[in-house]
Design a protein around this ligand. Structure first.
Ligand code: APR
Length: 252
């Protein structure tokens, strides 16, 4: 039994629905990585970065204004991610994927922790912090000559390099978005985990599922705009709830 300081009970009807499900779709947000030590977007940052608001750093305008500052902030986040490990919530989702006929994991996270936990079918809506692209031309750049200049420059065109993540005001990758909305419409159970449900278009995914009459579950220690609408709200940290959910499912 996972260590737990909250009492978690999974509604038996939800367990039955999960057992019968042919296609489960999951949306995750920064909250699922909180227990791995990766700070969420809307909580105060620590240390040197405490005085900055992520929403003011994660924009193309911020990068144009002060590319070095934005690159260094991402360097700090990359370092946090490199030191972090998948937590029991990530691992439970990877295991859930194994036992489902079809499983679509849609994430707003850029930390790659789902893949490191063993999840296979991961749709990254907001890119990945460990990939780099050219700010001017958008091409993915894997290598660049060592330099003290920050940000480094694109070896192809000399443009500035930036992380391959979706910033506020930018559009999401179209194919990933299409796959995500199709999964939300066609799954027979939808889980929304660790997201504040305020950033579009991801916040619409559970609403699309609900409109189709699909059972929708939220896992979050705090209420969100979605909470009142879901079929089941499981309040608490995902690193505690998901292992219990999986264990309940595995019981005879
Ligand atoms: N388990 C589950 N949920 C948690 C946990 C936890 N241990 N700890 C915190 N949460 C919840 C918070 O209550 C909050 O609702 O996770 C949510 C995190 O919200 P945000 O920081 O807003 O993250 P997210 O919803 O992923 O943000 C969406 O906005 O800033 C952009 O591009 C960025 O991908 C991000 C997007």
């Amino acid at each position: 039994m996972p260590n737990s300081d909250i009492s978690i009970s999974i509604p038996p009807k939800l367990v039955a629905e999960l057992r019968a499900a042919q296609h489960v779709a999951v949306l995750t947000g920064a909250g699922i990585s909180a227990e791995s030590g990766v700070p969420t977007f809307r909580e105060a940052q620590t240390g040197l970065w405490a005085k900055y608001d992520p929403e003011e750093l994660a924009t193309p305008y911020a990068f144009q204004r002060n590319p070095r500052l934005v690159w260094e902030w991402y360097d700090w986040r990359r370092e946090l991610v490199a030191q972090a490990n998948p937590n029991p919530g990530h691992l439970a989702l990877a295991e859930l994927e194994q036992r489902m006929p079809k499983f679509t994991l849609i994430t707003q996270n850029v930390d790659g922790l789902h893949q490191r936990a063993g999840s296979r079918n991961v749709i990254e809506l907001h890119g990945n912090i460990n990939r780099t692209k050219c700010f001017d031309q958008g091409g993915i750049i894997d290598f660049w000559p060592p330099t003290t200049e920050l940000p480094p420059r694109c070896p192809r065109c000399g443009g500035l390099l930036r992380p391959d993540v979706v910033w506020f005001g930018e559009s999401l990758p179209q194919k990933a978005l299409h796959t995500a909305f199709t999964a939300a419409e066609q799954c027979d159970l939808f889980l929304s985990i660790g997201t504040s449900s305020v950033v579009q278009p991801a916040a619409s995914l559970p609403l699309v599922a609900l409109e189709q009459g699909i059972t929708t579950v939220e896992i979050n220690p705090n209420p969100t705009p979605l909470s009142a609408r879901v079929t089941y709200m499981l309040p608490g940290p995902s690193g505690q709830i998901l292992p219990v959910l999986l264990e309940t499912l595995n019981q005879p």
